[in-house]
Design a protein. Structure first.
Length: 187
C-alpha cells in the first residue's frame, strides 16, 4: 500500500534524512533544513519500502529498464528494478553531463523510467535523460523520493515525487540563523 506524503515525511524524519538546524548547503546558501539521503540508503529495509512505493505509483508506465544517476539514484534504480523484475543501469558522470557506460546497452526504443533520490535543480535528471536518449532509449517517466526544488521543474514526461519538502534558504548575509548565532553545519 502506498504511503501518503505525511507517512513518507515521518519515515524520512525518523531515518534522519530530513534534518532541522542551520546548514550551509553545497550551493553556499544557508538553510534551516538539510536532506541526507544516505541516512535512508544505508538501510535496505527502509529503501525497499520507499522503492516499493515508487513502483506502485509508476507501474502503469511498464518500463523495460530503470536508470538512475550516480550515486543515490543508482541504488534507488536497483531497488525499483527489483520490483519490476527488469534491468537497472547507472548514468555516470562524464566530462559533460552523464553517460551510460560500463558496456551497458539500451536497446533502441527501450522504455526507461529514470529515478533519483532528491530533486533540487533537476540537473542530474536532465543529464540522465540525455544519456538515455543518446543511448537510443525512450524516457517514459521520472520518479523521485523527495522534491526540494524551489520552483516547478518540467521534464515533459510523467513525473512523481513521494514527498515535497519546502526549505527556507537564505543568503549568508541575510541569514536569520546566523544573526541568532545558531551553530552552522557545513554539508
Amino acid at each position: 500500500m502506498v504511503k501518503n506524503q505525511e507517512e513518507i515525511r515521518a519515515l524520512l524524519i525518523d531515518a534522519k534524512v530530513i534534518q532541522s538546524g542551520h546548514f550551509k548547503l553545497n550551493s553556499g546558501v544557508h538553510s534551516n533544513t538539510y536532506l541526507e539521503k544516505f541516512n535512508l540508503l544505508q538501510w535496505p529495509d527502509l529503501t525497499e519500502i520507499i522503492c516499493k512505493d515508487i513502483y506502485e505509483l509508476t507501474k502503469d508506465l511498464q518500463p523495460d529498464l530503470i536508470v538512475g544517476p550516480t550515486t543515490g539514484g543508482a541504488i534507488i534504480a536497483y531497488e525499483v528494478a527489483r520490483n519490476y523484475r527488469v534491468r537497472s543501469i547507472i548514468a555516470e558522470k562524464a566530462e559533460k553531463g552523464r553517460t551510460i557506460g560500463r558496456d551497458y546497452l539500451i536497446k533502441p526504443g527501450e522504455k526507461v523510467l529514470v529515478v533519483d533520490d532528491i530533486l533540487t535543480s533537476g540537473q542530474s535528471i536532465f543529464e540522465t535523460m540525455d544519456a538515455v536518449k543518446n543511448a537510443n532509449g525512450t524516457v517514459i517517466g521520472i520518479a523521485i523520493i523527495a522534491d526540494r526544488s524551489m520552483q516547478p521543474i518540467h521534464f515533459n514526461v510523467p513525473s512523481i515525487s513521494l514527498v515535497k519538502i519546502t526549505l527556507e534558504n537564505y543568503e549568508e548575509n541575510e541569514c536569520p540563523l546566523c544573526k541568532d548565532n545558531v551553530p552552522l553545519k557545513v554539508t
